[in-house]
Design a protein around this ligand. Structure first.
Ligand SMILES: Nc1ncnc2c1ncn2[C@@H]1O[C@H](COP(=O)(O)OP(=O)(O)OP(=O)(O)O)[C@@H](O)[C@H]1O
Ligand SMILES: [Mg+2]
Length: 264
């Protein structure tokens, strides 16, 4: 279980990107974090993986634990070794390396050859298109295939928990649907998932539970199906009642209640 408690993060000592964020990703679940541009979604993942310093960011207060052990501030490599692997925003694959070389790069943290071969087989089973293109350069893949490669590369580290930063970004609806199904399949195979998304339709379909992030704070949380049915999420994120966005944003900001069936 990943537990984030009362996390406050600033950039350059001034911008307050996270303002007391608390969330949990239980083992075996898919948990979605929804939020619009600038809500702090990427900052949350940077903080968990300890890449915040590269962006002049700093944890002011708060704790992050994985399986009960504090991980805030630990080396990124040791966080990866503990089983937390991130797929960063914007699918940063190596465009001049082949598909296979990209995957091998994802497995470099481990010396266990058999485990790496098993991980590669798993990736090619999940994404047959990557097996077909294994000798092709990453940069020649379509946007959807590049996202699959980015996810595949992360899976090469055999993570126990996968952190995904807006995998649907810039993709056609049909491909977004496929990515959603693959996330479910990865989860069924035993990997927990923290899914950061602006695409609430996909995220709430895939997730067990979800949090809505509003300028650095959780404004709503609960089981994904219940959240999908709330007026605020319907109007703000599911495209019903466009034009009332400001009003709804205020309603979300006021509403900090936990939904009834939320247990944990
Ligand atoms: N390196 C940085 N330096 C200063 N401010 C930053 C930096 N990175 C992010 N911020 C600010 O922190 C806040 C949260 O940004 P973040 O990138 O986490 O949002 P996000 O939810 O991922 O948005 P998006 O959906 O656009 O990716 C924003 O106000 C942003 O401008
Ligand atoms: Mg982001």
């Amino acid at each position: 279980m990943l537990e984030v408690d009362d996390l406050r993060v600033t950039y350059g000592g001034a911008v307050q990107a996270l303002r007391g964020l608390t969330l949990r990703v239980p083992d075996g679940e898919v948990v979605a974090v929804l939020g619009s541009n600038g809500a702090g979604k990427t900052t949350l993942l940077r903080t968990i993986c300890n890449t915040l310093k590269l962006h002049r960011g700093k944890i002011e207060t708060g704790t992050i634990t994985f399986d009960g052990r504090p991980i805030a501030g630990r080396d990124t490599s040791s966080i990866v070794a503990s089983g937390l692997v991130q797929v960063p925003e914007g699918r940063r694959i190596f465009s001049r390396l082949t598909v296979e070389e990209n995957l091998r790069a994802g497995g470099m943290g481990s010396k266990d050859k058999a485990a790496k071969a098993a991980a590669q087989d798993r990736v090619y089973d999940l994404f047959p298109v990557l097996a077909e293109r294994r000798t092709q350069r990453g940069g020649l893949l379509s946007g959807g295939e590049q996202q699959m490669l980015a996810i595949g590369r992360a899976l090469m580290g055999a993570p126990r928990m996968l952190l995904l930063d807006e995998p649907s970004l810039g993709l056609a609806p049909r491909i977004i649907g496929q990515i959603g199904e693959i996330i479910r399949e990865i989860n069924t195979q035993g990997t927990s998932v923290l899914l950061v998304e602006q695409n609430a339709t996909m995220a709430l379909r895939v997730a067990d539970s979800a949090y809505v992030l509003d300028v650095g704070k959780v404004s709503l949380e609960g089981p994904a199906q219940e959240l999908a049915a709330t007026d605020a999420v319907q109007r703000l994120y599911l495209g019903h009642g466009a034009g009332q966005e400001r009003e709804v944003q205020l309603a979300v900001a006021r509403s900090t209640k936990t939904l009834s069936r939320w247990t944990s």
